[in-house]
Design a protein around this ligand. Sequence first.
Ligand SMILES: *Cc1c(COP(=O)(O)O)cnc(C)c1O
Ligand code: SF4
Length: 379
Amino acid sequence: MELWQKMIRDSIHSVDQLVEKFGLDRKVAEKLDIFFQARINPYYLSLIRYPGDPIWLQSIPDEAELSDYESPEDPLKEDSMSPVPNITHRYPDRVLFLTTSQCGMYCRFCTRKRKVGNSSKISMKGLEAAFNYIEEHKEIRDVVLSGGDPLMLTDAMLEKILSRLRSITHVEIIRIGTRMPVVLPHRITPKLVKMLSKYHPIYVNTHFNHPWEITPESSKACELLADAGIPIGNQTVLMKGVNDDPEVIKELFRKLLKIRVRPYYLYQADLTKGANHFRTPIKVGLEIMDKLRGHISGLAVPYFVIDAPGGGGKIPLLPQYVLYQDDEKIVVRNYKYETFVYPDVKPEEYRTGVVHNFEEYYESTPTVSLPIILNSSEE
Ligand SMILES: *Cc1c(COP(=O)(O)O)cnc(C)c1O
Ligand code: SF4
């Protein structure tokens, strides 16, 4: 057994442990156990500094999870966009491929609770059908391995999947979506990255939510991946009490760049059964984005996205930078709230190539302005 597997074995998971260690009411702990089991491995546990801190909130079951049985279990309609088991095909050229229902830790905010936790939730018998589907659909050039956490598979099993995918010539890139560098960095071993680098181009997308998750261990895991030539992106979920604060997010994204991880998406938390207590108003996300762009390296600025309910996919949202626009000009504001009139190419100029004098625009001031959706923290 490898170290990371021992740490999974030694995770806190039982009702008794939840009652003893975290003071949960036994009845509540029993209900939570049925709803979505706990797995807090010794590494992630060691990151908790005090009860209710951002690490605790992500990992320790909470009574609030039981309060909203009305919300959808599958908010993104992943299951209805699944042509064969284990595959979600929502976008033209790429698919999500669920390879396991296990994770290194069970995140209390997970939107895939229906798929994750108990090993019967994703069947390995579906693998062959999934490979056949990808083989038959020549438009698929990007396969995103997901789950659960694909790095819960053994190196041997993972290699079987990768080599099979690589035998399909139209598959150009393979992405691995994994939270292991964050929740159990011991999984990223030299042996694993050596194997992965045989199947390039491989990308990893990981999932840091808070600066305290950037430790010597997680930094080392990312260093191993990056040194193997694997670009690492990060997806953060915006969550109340965890990271709904521009300073926390700024620190997180700056520190991620230092360990060669590029912020990719900042997600609005989806309406999901058992996880709605984490949700924040959309404007909280927009305000955070406003405090990133221009203030810190553009490399550290991800897309803020909402996942459209019912399977519409990810939609990016931006703070309001455009104050006015017509055929002749656009009026914009920068990160310091200074406004600028920018002369546009008029339609007839675009057609004829005859360029007019721009000077008047630099002298004019905007006469119309749209409300800026910002500074809404007045309360
Ligand atoms: C997020 C997602 C992808 C990948 O989307 P990118 O924007 O290319 O990162 C693919 N399929 C599904 C179903 C997804 O939810
Ligand atoms: S690692 Fe991902 S899939 Fe697994 S419990 Fe956490 S959020 Fe859900």
